[in-house]
Design a protein around this ligand. Structure first.
Ligand SMILES: *[C@@H]1O[C@H](CO)[C@@H](O)[C@H](O)[C@H]1NC(C)=O
Ligand SMILES: *[C@@H]1O[C@H](CO)[C@@H](O)[C@H](O)[C@H]1NC(C)=O
Ligand SMILES: *[C@@H]1O[C@H](CO)[C@@H](O)[C@H](O)[C@H]1NC(C)=O
Ligand SMILES: *[C@@H]1O[C@H](CO)[C@@H](O)[C@H](O)[C@H]1NC(C)=O
Ligand SMILES: *[C@@H]1O[C@H](CO)[C@@H](O)[C@H](O)[C@H]1NC(C)=O
Length: 837
């Protein structure tokens, strides 16, 4: 026979037959997912869940020195979800898993020694079953099959759907993930991923006992810092349970979802992995720490980390705070964090405190380990509660499930730690002094009063306060600031209890009308193309001329859309004679369009930098009124909590009657968060030095830009075409020759009152471009200076080296002396005139 001559083939066939017999027998015997008492699993045997998803067996496959008993995904041998004897490997392939007579599960080595045990005692008939969920369950075999022991209660480095991590508050039992020692060694590693139930529950990644990453508190929908969860919520349902008996986190896969797992890798990275059957690979859906800002406490207490802001080495302080140790901060050691610049006004109780709240939007909430929580009050009550308690530093809603601003209350009374921007993050309300809310303003006159001038100073302060009160009356309205994810609402001066008072809406206009108005966006109607948009001239059916600003399609990301809507809302609240008026907006398909009133004269730059003829059409008196109008417009913006950030003559439109209208304050920053480079919207020449240097964005940045615009408007010269423009202007002023700054095209030597008005105006411009923000006046001070004839402080030369050294701060006495005696810069020899120290 053929077979007889093929002994090798014969024995091979025999093995095959034997194999088939054995496997069918074992399947018939116990069902492939159940191990009965009295039977055992030896190396090479497996237990497979009924649907085949999971396999229990010895690994690593092949005969290696160390053997472990574990459960893995059947489709992916490397994806081991659970290991019984991770710290006590078997040394040969002769181990066995048995159910003992006492109903305990034993892993025995080749000598019959117990290497691992479930430490349980059960009934006489006990069975072990590997469920379709991947849970290995030892049950007493009774009808209800109550689990005596289950692998889900003893997580290794993997969280499977419907498995929990967290704490049983009655038994103090804890479940958490522990990393493996290394990729090839499942021994217990040093990283743990836990659910921390203190304060508001959050998940925490620990290296030993040190926190290295926080998911952020659970907000009813997701973890505050893991906004990615929204993106795959179609695949998973997340469950955070907080009851008197337990605080746990788990998730379940929705129908049809493929295999998934949460893995804590051996190098301390937490990953959400989903099996892609097509490529037969695990796809990473989420991973943490994901960037520099995820490292716990990267920017210290009250620091705010922005992963898109390398220009600030990713760290800044929250508004009203400055680095605790600026020297270390400069050396990239930001862990000391920030401290408050001005003390809070507190201790007066709710009725009289002047503190308010800065809104920090788009963040992962700070650590909630030690916060106070109340789930049953509204956000307004939360705010009142925070205002009434001096220890309250910040508050935020507890639960965002209901939509809107959220409900419930988290109150922070300790340092705010680990605050960062995240895409789609939430709002934190930070307690702040009134002066911060009003915008930095009083720092031109530092504290520390010298007796000789204190009386005079007090008089000034009283006048200032009086003036502030008057302005306050004028603007007793809700303030909202939206720029770069920061929003400010007014303090206790906004008496409206509901911060979300209804806004009038800008009407929409349909795309068809716009297409007709602009001749299908024809090139002939194109006025200007900017970074984010193209502006067309258009004529509406009624004959009204409009400027149509069409946002570039390539920039229309989801975030861009969100900001667009928000800007339209905000814009509708900003109506002022010195601001360009948004008439309509259009949002159809991929078209996102803003329609502004048309200015036939277009923008200021055409006149001040234009041809002689155009320049001479603008007299000094007209220029002065334009400057005044711009100042009033910017003051209005600041009063409403806005920073324009991109003031320049090209952004100042002029009406037929030469009324200036500030434009571009909505769209210029519309997409800012999409840009990693914050300076993109800043035009060189107009940016304040501290913003270029440290990204420190305050109202004073606008003041600086305004100063440049003022000096350019007077002189008709571009700062950008002359690096020494500002120092030269100062020199002229210092030599009492600043009249020469006036554009010659204006014609005629100014004299008398005109000249003194011009000199005063230039001096105000120079004050605005002071190198240090604290030496610049606030915008409302500028408006006041332009409107009256009070004494002006003496500007320092606007260069970096006029920065006073640390020991030589220009004290109030000196500032004041200069102010009294040297106001027009006529006397360069007088003591105290030295501008550079
Ligand atoms: C495992 O079962 C086999 C046969 O069912 C038996 O021969 C063997 O002794 C058992 N091993 C252990 C360690 O109980
Ligand atoms: C079982 O008990 C022993 C001794 O108390 C302990 O060392 C071991 O970790 C326990 N095993 C399990 C799986 O809990
Ligand atoms: C919470 O408060 C306790 C006791 O006051 C303190 O030891 C702990 O460091 C605080 N935890 C955090 C995260 O600040
Ligand atoms: C929450 O506030 C309400 C109303 O003041 C109060 O009745 C309740 O006891 C508070 N709950 C907790 C947990 O403090
Ligand atoms: C202020 O809040 C702290 C922390 O929640 C609390 O211990 C303290 O009793 C509160 N003080 C008042 C006056 O409510």
């Amino acid at each position: 026979m053929w077979l007889k001559n093929q002994p090798h083939l014969h024995s091979l066939l025999g093995i095959l037959v034997l194999f088939i017999l054995v496997s069918t027998a074992s399947a018939a015997n116990r069902g492939s997912d159940i191990l009965d008492k009295g039977r055992n699993i030896t190396d090479g045997d497996t237990l497979v869940s009924a649907d085949g998803s999971f396999t229990l067996g010895f690994f690593p496959p092949g005969v290696l020195a160390k053997r472990y008993l574990g459960i893995r995904f059947s489709v992916s041998e490397d994806a081991i979800c659970w290991v019984a004897n991770r710290d006590r490997p078997l040394t040969d392939a002769r181990g066995a898993l048995v159910i003992s007579d006492t109903g305990s599960l034993f892993l025995l080595d080749s000598f019959g020694q117990v290497v691992w045990s479930s430490n349980t005692t059960g009934a006489a008939s006990t069975t072990l079953q590997l469920h379709n969920s991947g849970n290995l369950v030892l049950s007493d075999g009774s009808a209800n099959g109550a689990a005596i022991w289950q692998s889900f209660d003893h997580p290794s480095n993997t969280l499977l759907p419907s498995m929990k991590i967290g704490k049983n508050l009655w038994t103090r039992e804890e479940w958490y993930l522990t990393s493996c020692a290394s990729a090839n060694d499942p021994a217990t590693g040093k990283f743990r991923y836990i659910t921390d139930g203190e304060g508001v529950p959050q998940n925490i990644l620990l290296d030993g006992d040190k926190m290295i990453y926080r998911s952020g508190p659970w907000n009813g929908l997701r973890f505050s810092g893991v906004t990615e969860m929204t993106s795959y919520s179609d695949k998973f349902a997340y469950q955070l349970t907080r009851s008197s008996s337990e605080v746990t986190y788990s998730y379940v896969s929705k129908a049809e979802a493929s295999f998934s797992r949460l893995l804590l890798t051996d190098d301390g990275v937490y990953q959400r992995l989903v099996w892609d059957p097509t490529s037969r690979l695990w796809k990473i859906f989420f991973q943490a720490p994901r960037d520099i800002c995820d490292h716990y406490g990267r920017c210290g207490a009250f620091g705010l980390c922005n992963a898109n802001a390398p220009s600030t080495s990713f760290c800044s302080c929250v508004q009203g705070f400055s680095p605790t140790s600026p020297v270390q901060w400069k050396m990239r050691d930001t862990s000391n964090g920030c401290r408050r610049k001005m003390v809070l006004d507190c201790g007066n109780g709710m009725s009289s405190t002047t503190d308010g709240f800065v809104v920090i939007d788009g963040v992962k909430l700070p650590n909630t380990h030690n916060v106070s929580v109340n789930a049953s009050i509204t956000l307004e009550e939360c705010r009142a509660r925070c205002l009434a308690n001096c220890s309250c530093l910040a508050y935020a809603p507890l639960d965002l499930k209901g939509g809107g601003a959220g409900t419930g209350c988290i109150i922070w009374t300790e340092d705010l730690m680990d605050l960062r921007y995240v895409d789609g993050g939430q709002i934190l309300y930070l307690r702040s002094t009134k002066s911060e809310l009003d915008g930095p303003s009083v720092s031109m006159f530092p504290t520390g009063i010298v007796i000789g001038v204190s009386v005079a100073l007090i008089i000034i302060l009283v006048l200032l306060a009086f003036w502030v009160i008057i302005t306050r009356r004028r603007h007793r309205m809700q303030r909202v600031l939206v720029h770069n994810g920061l929003r400010v609402t007014g303090g206790s001066d906004s008496h409206s209890p509901n911060p979300a008072s209804p806004m009038t809406s800008v009407p929409t206009i349909d795309l068809h009308t716009i297409i007709e108005a602009t001749g299908s966006f024809s090139d002939a109607n194109k006025v200007v193309e900017e970074g984010f948009s193209v502006v067309y001239k258009g004529q509406l059916p009624g004959g009204t001329m409009v400027a149509v600003k069409r946002l570039k399609q390539s920039l229309l990301t989801d975030k861009g859309r969100q900001h667009f809507s928000r800007e339209v809302e905000v814009m509708s609240t900003l109506t002022h004679v010195n601001l360009a008026k948004l008439l309509y907006y259009c949002r159809e398909g991929d078209e996102w369009i803003l329609v502004y009133e048309w200015m036939e004269k277009k923008s200021l730059n055409l006149y001040i930098f234009g041809e002689e003829g155009l320049r001479s059409s603008l007299s000094w008196a007209q220029r002065r009124e334009i400057i005044r109008g711009v100042a009033i417009g910017v003051e209005f913006l600041h009063g409403r909590g806005f920073i324009h950030r991109d003031l320049k003559p090209a952004n100042i439109l002029v009406s037929d009657t030469w009324v200036p209208k500030i434009a571009d304050f909505a769209t210029a920053k519309l997409f800012i968060d999409e840009q990693t480079d914050l300076t993109l919207v800043q035009t060189r020449g107009y940016v304040a030095p501290e913003y270029i240097g440290e990204g420190a964005l305050t109202y004073k940045c606008d003041v600086y830009s305004f100063g440049v615009v003022l000096l350019e408007t007077v002189s008709g010269k571009r700062r950008t075409s002359n690096a020494m423009f500002l120092p030269d202007a100062w020199e002229l002023w210092n030599q009492c020759k600043s009249g020469e700054l006036l554009d010659v095209a204006v014609g005629g030597e100014p004299e008398g009152e005109v000249l003194s008005g011009l000199l005063r105006c230039i001096q105000i411009g120079l004050l605005c471009v002071q190198y240090l923000p604290e030496h610049r006046p606030s915008m409302s001070e500028v408006v006041a200076m332009l409107n009256n004839s009070s004494q002006l402080p003496r500007p320092l030369k606007p260069t970096p080296n006029s920065r006073p050294g640390p020991g030589a701060q220009p004290g109030p006495s000196r500032t004041f002396l200069l102010w009294l005696f040297c106001s027009c810069g006529r006397d360069p020899t007088s003591p105290g005139m030295e501008a550079t120290v």
